[in-house]
Design a protein around this ligand. Structure first.
Ligand code: CP
Ligand code: NVA
Length: 311
């Protein structure tokens, strides 16, 4: 049975922990320049409807480090939903490729790709979700000895795809997640409801509020993302004054718990949602998050292809 990774609720806490252990091995392999050939002869098709630096690079390099290859299909190539439907694209790709990685606008498109495809589908970001990012983020904390209930993460800013992913995966693993957004920019009610249900099972907690200072109090990780995501980029100007009080700067980070780390999924709009001193300061784990995308995704790829036990 193929396994897809479409949302941050798809893996159990136990599975996430296993994948983090595998990610740590993957990272050690790469650092030791140990080459794996577990995916020799395998190819990933990578559909991107939106721009990307990290996701494209890390899936491509990750496939190579596992012995496989990846082919990039940009918006101009396949025009998903315009030139051809998600269903028909999947029906073609499954004949040639062993894995589909897709960055889309509508979550429904990634779900349609997964329904139609015989080969696994991994969500590389949609308007609603960014599960590979959330995996890399919690792995970055895991590497620092923070796991489950020890994680007290405050997400400050827009209740967007990254926020939903971080909130949901936090609920899966039993973290204490606090979200503070400007009024009207909270994460969608359905995502909050699902995360609350998951937190109830895991022993985690979830607070959604509009007060950044309340959210960061006692937190050991303070996370932010752009105020206007790619799918709402046209709102950037109009959002700026509403989001200004939610900037992650030194004064806000100082109100968090001792030793709190600063997190951002990138790309950052420096001195908008995050200031230079925080981003480049000693508390930043932002480029560790970016580095870890590579290793966590290799573990996710192997899991989805039913090969996680082979390393
Ligand atoms: N964080 C992230 O997904 O970055 P890219 O948009 O560059 O892939
Ligand atoms: N929330 C951002 C994340 C980019 C990686 C966006 O969707 O543009």
């Amino acid at each position: 049975m193929k396994r897809d990774f479409l949302t941050s609720a798809d893996f159990s806490a136990e599975k996430v922990q296993q994948l983090f252990e595998l990610s740590a091995q993957m990272k050690a392999d790469t650092q030791a320049k140990r080459h794996l050939d577990v995916l020799k002869g395998h190819c990933a098709a990578m559909i991107f409807q939106k721009p990307s630096l990290r996701t494209r690079m890390t899936f491509d390099i990750g496939m190579q480090q596992l012995g496989g290859t990846a082919i990039y299909l940009g918006p101009a190539e396949i025009a998903l939903g315009v030139r051809e439907s998600a269903h028909d694209i999947a029906k073609n790709l499954e004949r040639w490729a062993d894995l589909i990685v897709a960055r889309v606008f509508a979550q429904a498109d990634i779900e349609e790709l997964a329904r139609a495809s015989r080969v696994p589908v991994i969500n590389a970001l949609s308007d609603d979700e960014h599960p590979c990012q959330a995996m890399a983020d919690y792995f970055t904390l895991f590497e620092r000895g923070l796991w489950g209930r020890d994680v007290r993460l405050a997400f400050i800013g827009d209740g967007n795809n990254t926020c939903c992913a971080v909130m949901t995966l936090g609920a899966v693993v039993g973290a204490d997640v606090r979200v503070a957004t400007p009024p009207g920019y909270e994460p969608p009610a359905a995502a909050v409801e699902r995360a609350r249900a998951l937190a109830e099972e895991s022993g985690g907690t979830l607070t959604v509020c509009n007060d950044p200072v309340e959210a960061v109090r006692g937190a050991n990780a303070v996370y932010t993302d752009t105020w206007a995501s790619m799918h709402v980029a046209h709102e950037a100007e109009q959002r700026r004054p509403k989001f200004q009080p939610y900037q992650v700067n030194r004064a806000l980070l100082d109100k968090a718990g001792p030793g709190a780390v600063a997190m951002h999924c990138l790309p950052a709009h420096r001195n908008e949602e995050i200031t230079d001193d925080v981003m480049d300061g000693p508390d930043s784990v932002i480029f560790d998050q970016a580095e870890n995308r590579l290793h966590v995704q290799k573990a996710v790829i192997l899991e989805c292809m039913g090969l996680a036990g082979t390393r």
